[in-house]
Design a binder for this molecule. Structure first.
Ligand code: IVH
Length: 700
């Protein structure tokens, strides 16, 4: 529904009431629908407007209230209750259903000439000198059609063959920007068919591919395949976790009832229809769309958009230009294949053909052997691609790859390039099968493949290739972030035997680089400083940096919160590790094995000896609640008077101490702090902060 600023204010006010008094406020049959409308409002803010007004947890709390009410009052559940998206469970099959109007595709254009040609025909056929056009993105996902009857979502279909599609309604309901109901009857509309595109945004696509690869499964080539595939999953809970999105961009069919006096008029332009749908709660490209007069202006919009393409959160493969006036659209009509009132302008392809020249095998930091295809260098989406990971043996089989094959590659936005397929039809017979090695290409040890995995591994943890990859991971951005190192330098220093393992980073005589090519006084100093700074990185970064298999950034953060000291992990059992959030069977086994390997413990001792943070930093309270915390001030404060500062501690529940002792939590040191500061430094557990930091922990 469209919400005016005033309505939004009222709804938000009501929401806050519910959140603050959810203990004493009750859903009743009288306020039930109003409560559902609150949830719908917040879904709209989040999924359509991308501008939520409450925290996710707060939404969840309200949602749970509704779920609980409906459990005890099953007769009150309505088809369009926000709870009715989930719970469909397993889908048996996807029955075929005919579209009300066949789903045609669009005519394509690739350059200005094609576009001007199309415009000339539109002008000739319509007699308009300067037709009004809309220009909107051509979303690169899977097309769908939605059918609403009597204001309720009845059907969601795939495109299928254009005539009939698959009924994927339960999966469509997992897309939270698709309303379960909308007030079409206010416009006299009984039945309506709306077309759109289901997308997986680039970030979710990247995360999804990462999770596939972590499982040892091959990633998908592009977000389009990911969204099309997701719509055909039979478990709706899995679909929900894919975080699909949808843009709706066309109304293909409207059936109205007899005209009634209080009925609102249906807009007669494409832009007006999209605005109306947006107002009803649908996500349509109203913010992305431009309405212009004449083809020159269209051309400008297209050029602007092509420049912005990489910054968009989702993939687009071009723009769609439509005649804005609906009566004019009708006048122009269709050919057998496409409407005459619209045309797609396709951007430069992000696919290209190449030849698979050779396959090399790389050893990763966990010993995984990854085949990498060396290909005839080719330009894709503005970069030259000459090698592509082909993941594992099973992937090579699935894609039916052979050395010498003609291949189609794709680089979708900011995603790593992938092989889409090999053109087996044009094989000459000279192609060679890809031989997977039996021994590690770096150390020569025999390779292993656990039965339920798809990846071959070198299990020699001293394998030089693995050691090098572990060092590269250790210094990387999400790990210890030793910036001036970088992968190329690590490789160089490793080759020169200046760095042989992780602890050697901290014994590295950086000065010996002075005078070598690329190492002046300044870069040597930077490198020294970067190594020094990394010693203060928080514990969770160190845990991630160790490169323990299956321990990503998030798991590392969870782990860091469980212990005061990294060495404590030596004493956790696999079962205890599994109690932690995000830590399943596989992860706990891997962590357990890491901390029971004496070589790893020796390494950690060396790192602790070098001065790295192996302990958890004490957390400052951020909410201003100082209850149970003790404070002492020393030295001169510059912003607050001492008495004022002390008063604020007490007002927020803290206690003041008169001297430094092990009972003290915080020493706030001002200028010229003297003996108290020295004494506090010697007592472990006292947090020493300055006036700025003190002010930060106070509210307001
Ligand atoms: S309008 C009757 N608008 O591109 C024409 N299509 O190659 C209705 N597409 O099948 C389509 N973004 O799946 C339209 N903004 C947009 C679009 C769009 C993507 C897809 C759609 C269509 C295909 C045509």
């Amino acid at each position: 529904m469209m919400y005016t600023a005033e309505q939004a204010k009222i709804l938000q006010h009501e929401t806050l009431n519910w959140l603050q008094e959810s203990g004493s406020n009750f859903i009743t049959t009288a306020n039930l629908e109003a409560f559902r409308n609150l949830l719908r409002f917040h879904e709209y803010r989040y999924y359509v407007m991308n501008d939520p007004l409450i925290a996710d947890e707060e939404y969840d709390r309200l949602y749970t209230l509704l779920v609980n009410f409906e459990k005890t009052h099953p007769e009150s559940i309505s088809k369009d209750s926000p709870t009715q998206r989930v719970g469909a469970g397993m889908i048996k099959d996807f029955p075929k259903v005919q579209h009300l109007v066949p789903m045609l595709s669009l005519e394509n254009s690739y350059n200005a000439d094609d576009l001007y040609d199309w415009d000339r025909k539109v002008r000739e056929r319509s007699g308009k000198e300067l037709p009004e056009y809309t220009v909107e993105p051509k979303f690169d996902g899977a097309s769908i059609s939605l059918r609403y009857e009597n204001d309720l979502l009845q059907l969601g279909l795939t495109r299928g063959d254009g005539e009939t599609g698959d009924d994927i309604t339960p999966n469509i309901k997992q897309i939270r920007s698709v309303p379960l109901s909308a007030p079409f009857s206010d416009y006299g509309i009984q039945q309506i068919e709306i077309r759109g595109e289901v997308l997986m945004n680039k970030n979710n696509f990247r995360l999804y591919n990462e999770s596939l690869m972590e499982e040892g499964l091959p990633p998908l080539a592009n977000p389009r395949n990911a969204s099309a595939g997701s719509l055909r999953i039979k478990d709706t809970a899995v679909v929900a976790r894919r975080n699909l999105e949808a843009f709706l961009y066309h109304v293909s069919y409207i059936q109205t009832a007899n005209q009634q006096s209080n009925q609102l008029p249906i807009p007669q332009t494409h832009s007006g229809i999209l605005q109306l749908l947006w107002n009803m709660g649908f996500r349509t490209p109203v913010q992305e769309m431009k309405v212009v007069k004449g083809i020159d202006a269209v051309q400008e919009v297209i050029e602007d958009y092509e420049k912005k393409r990489d910054q968009l959160p989702y993939e687009i493969d071009g723009m769609v230009i439509k005649v804005n006036e609906l009566p004019l659209q009708d006048q122009l009509g269709m050919t057998a294949h496409h409407p005459r009132w619209a045309i797609a302008f396709k951007f430069k392809a992000r696919q290209a053909s190449s030849r698979l020249l050779d396959v090399q095998f790389q050893v990763g930091r966990t010993g995984a052997i990854t085949p990498v295809a060396k290909i005839q260098p080719v330009q894709v989406g503005g970069v030259t691609v000459s090698s592509i990971s082909i993941h594992n043996e099973a992937y090579i089989g699935e894609k039916n790859l052979m050395i010498g094959d003609q291949i189609l590659i794709e680089r979708s936005g900011d995603v790593i390039p992938q092989i889409v397929k090999s053109m087996t039809e044009v094989r000459t017979g000279d192609e060679k099968a890809i031989q997977f090695p039996t021994h590690c290409p770096a150390c020569g040890d025999i390779l292993y493949k656990p039965e339920n995995e798809s990846v071959w591994r070198c299990i020699n943890i001293n394998c030089p290739a693995q050691v090098l990859e572990r060092i590269i991971h250790f210094v990387s951005k999400d790990a210890m972030d030793i910036r001036s190192f970088g992968e190329a330098n690590v490789r160089k220093f490793h080759e020169m035997k200046l760095i042989t393992d992780i602890p050697s980073i901290y014994q590295f005589e950086v000065n010996q680089l002075l005078g070598r090519e690329g190492f002046g006084a300044k870069s040597v100093e930077n490198l020294k400083q970067a190594i020094e700074n990394s010693k203060d990185q928080p514990l969770h970064r160190l845990i991630y940096a160790l490169g323990i298999r299956y321990v990503g950034v998030t798991t590392a953060k969870t782990l860091a919160q469980q212990v005061d000291d990294i060495f404590a992990f030596q004493h956790f059992s696999e079962e205890e590790l599994q109690q932690m959030e995000d830590v399943g069977d596989k992860v706990s086994k891997s962590i357990y094995a890491f901390f029971h390997n004496p070589d790893n413990i020796t390494m950690l001792e060396q790192l602790a000896g070098a001065g790295l943070q192996t302990k958890k930093p004490l957390m400052l309270p951020v909410d201003g609640n100082l209850a149970g915390q003790t404070f002492l001030f020393t030295g001169t404060l510059s912003k607050l008077k001492r008495t004022e500062a002390e008063e604020r501690v007490e007002r927020n529940g803290g206690k003041l101490l008169s001297g430094v002792s092990s009972k003290l939590n915080y020493l706030v040191a001002g200028l010229d702090a003297g003996s108290k500061l020295e004494k506090a430094k010697k007592i472990p557990g006292i947090i020493i902060i300055d006036e700025e930091e003190f002010l930060k922990i106070l509210p307001g």
